[in-house]
Every structure is written in C-alpha cells, then in structure tokens.
Design a protein around this ligand. Sequence first.
Ligand code: FAD
Length: 422
Amino acid sequence: MQSLAANLWIVGAIAVGLVMVYALVALVDVVGRVYGAKAQRERELALLEQRVAAARKQRDAQQQQSLSWTGWRKFEVRRKFVETGDNQLCSFYLYPHDGKPIPTFAPGQFLTFQLNIPEQSRPVVRCYSLSDAPRADHYRVTIKRVPPPRNNPDAPPGVASNFFHDQINEGDLVDCKAPGGQFHIDMASNTPVVLIGGGVGLTPVLSMLNAIDEAGTDREVWFFYGVRHKLEHAMRTHLREIAQRRPNVHLHVCYSNPEREDKQGKDYEHACRVSVDLFRKVLPSSNYEYYMCGPPPMMEQLVKDLEEWGVPANKIHLEKFGPASGRQGKKEIKPTSGGPQIVFKKSGVTVGWSAEANNVWEFADANGVRIDCGCLEGNCGTCATAILKGEVEYNKKPEFEVEAGSCLTCCCKPKGDLELDA
Ligand SMILES: Cc1cc2nc3c(=O)[nH]c(=O)nc-3n(C[C@H](O)[C@H](O)[C@H](O)COP(=O)(O)OP(=O)(O)OC[C@H]3O[C@@H](n4cnc5c(N)ncnc54)[C@H](O)[C@@H]3O)c2cc1C
C-alpha cells in the first residue's frame, strides 16, 4: 500500500514536473516571440528612419541645387544680436532681399561675403559659418570682432569683422554667395558624434547641434565648448535648454580661466581646456565621429591626442577659420625670367613664376592680380580658379574637393606654364 502511494506520488510529481517544463517551454517561446517581434519591429523602424533620412537628404540636395545661385546675392540684415557679455560676438539674421526662396544647407557650411568697405581699395571677401539649423526663410551667421594680434597691438584691427560689428545694422544689405563648404555633418546618418567648438569656432558645430535637436532623433551627441570665462560664453541658455530637453545630448562647457563669480555646475562643467584627457574621463569610448572648429593650437593638439587614443583620421573632421587677409598684399615677390610663364588672363597679366612664392594665390596677389580668398588653407574653396592651360601640383592635399579643370590657388604651384581664368 505504502509503495503504491509512493509510486503514485512519484508519478504525480513527474506529471507536475512535466507540466511545469511544458509551461516553461511555452513561456520561453512566447517571451522569445514577443522579444523577437519587438527586435524585428525595432529593426524595421530603424530601417524606416534611415530611408526617411536618406529621402530627406536627397530632397534637400535637389532643393539646394534648384534654389542655389551663382555669384553674389543681396541679403537684408533684419536682426543684429549681441551674443556675449563681452560684446565681442554678434549674430546677423539675413533675409533674401529679392524675397525669393533660399536653398537649405548642410549644417557646418558657410556663406562667403563681399563687403565694400570705404577705406579699402577693393571689396573684402570673407567666409562666415552658418550658426543655426537650416531655416526656410533666412540664414544666421555669428561673427567675432577680431582685434590686432597680441604681439602687434599697433596693427589695424580685423577689417571685415569690425565692419560687421560697427557699420552693418538692421536694414542694411550685404552681398553673399550661396552656402558652401566641405565641413558638414551627415543628417541622414545616426552615427554618434562629438562636436567641439573653441571660442568663435562654436558656430559650425552649433549649427550641427541645432539641426540634430530639431530633427528630434535620438542621435547621441557630446558637445564640448571651450571659452575662457562666462563673458565669452555664447548661447548659454539655449545650450542648457537643449541639454535639458534631450537626454541624447551631453553638454560639457569648459572655462579655461573662470572668473570668481562664474559658477561651476551652473555656468560651466569643467575648469580646464577642451582636451582628450577630458574625453577619456567623460566619453563612454573613443568610438565617435569628431567634428571640431577652434583656434589652430587647440585643434592641432586634439587631432594628435585623438589619433594617439586610437581614433582613425577619417573620423576626425576639422574647420579652420584660417589666417584671413592679414596676409593680403603683404609679400613682395619679384617675377623671374626663364621659369614657367603664368598668365592671368582676365587681368591681362603675364609673369614669370618665382620660387619665392608659396602658392599661386600669393604670387597673383604680389603681382596685383586679385583672387578672392577665405581661409588660405585649402579648406573653404573661395580661391578656386579655372585652369585654361597647364597643370598644378598641391603643396598638400586640400580639404576642399575642387572640381576638375579648376585649382585652389592658395595651396598649389604650377607644374609648368600655366594660364588661369583670373
Ligand atoms: C570657412 C570659414 C568660416 C568662418 N566662420 C567664421 C565665423 O563663423 N565667425 C567668425 O567670426 N569668423 C569666421 N571665420 C573667420 C573670418 O572669415 C575672418 O577671417 C575673420 O572675421 C577675420 O577677418 P577680418 O577681416 O576681421 O580680419 P583681417 O583684416 O583679415 O585681419 C586678420 C588679423 O590680421 C591682423 N592684421 C591686419 N593687418 C595687419 C598688418 N598689417 N600687420 C599685422 N597684422 C595685421 C588683424 O589685426 C587681425 O588680427 C571663418 C573663416 C573661414 C575660412
């Protein structure tokens, strides 16, 4: 009797065990299906987002092409707004004077301006990055007033930047070229990015941040902004609001020289310069696309240290604001005989190339031939000039991809006789 009960108990236990195993298997199956379906849905959603972004990119490219213009177009300054406590950074909101639609742009790109400044013998050409997300009816640029160099306080202050600050007011018209430039973010991608702005180098990366914010995606953004102290800190409230609103945006403001009244945790996060040491502390890994713009020493150091940290060079993107025109008309270069003949066709100038010249732009400038320039570093493309005859070689590979049949005069030399459309 006892062994029957024991057997029954064992059979019962096995039956219960089997039921539990079946139930567990069924549960695992259901959970697996639910998770599988969820993962599948997430994959589909990601694919859909990518397709929408790619379609938007294509539409933007077509729109940009169809609405773009060649040469100069007049824009009216409808708003002029001082951005910093030290009064040195000012934004200009530009609306097309003809009232027609304007092309969009890729965040990071810039406008090229031509200014007729009374005391200047010829129009002054300068590039300024677009500092906001693309808008339907206007552009915004943000310009720093450039003083004389610290080691040469008697030199004249920056021509164009001071003209903008002191002479360009609401209601005035300025001439500019359509947006351009190779330094820009891909809005169709969701790749995590580190955006770095030093001083006025904030402008192109701010445009990128604003565009990502407005796209409303969950793209991971680490935003590092370096200034000396609060008086130089632009867009403080705006940046804080984005970081508070968007969990995917991580804001790190660095003051290299904070004033006593500047509050860490409120005004800024770190009392140091933007550096790779800081990235190593706050970033989860080095695996990002890096976009940076700032003073040359800052960028040189960052690039070197990022590469040492293992970041591949093709993930580091830079914009150099360049030396501007402190260099225009500054160098005397005598033409030579016997060397390659350089013909500047439009100007009617033919001169013998001199090895003293670092590049064709410098040689042209020294010989009274005017070629518009922006960065003089091969980044902005402003000095691109059509080659009518001959060939050039580049001192180093320019960042700007110049179209076939043209050359970037600021960073190339002639390979032999050369005829340019300048
Ligand atoms: C792609 C690109 C984007 C840019 N975006 C921005 C932007 O968003 N915001 C911004 O503020 N800037 C930007 N810049 C920089 C801008 O284009 C100008 O270079 C800057 O405003 C200085 O121009 P300037 O005419 O005021 O100075 P310049 O007249 O060109 O003078 C430059 C410096 O040279 C000094 N100098 C002049 N003459 C002499 C002399 N005889 N001897 C010694 N020193 C002299 C001046 O005092 C000044 O310090 C950008 C540049 C590029 C290439």
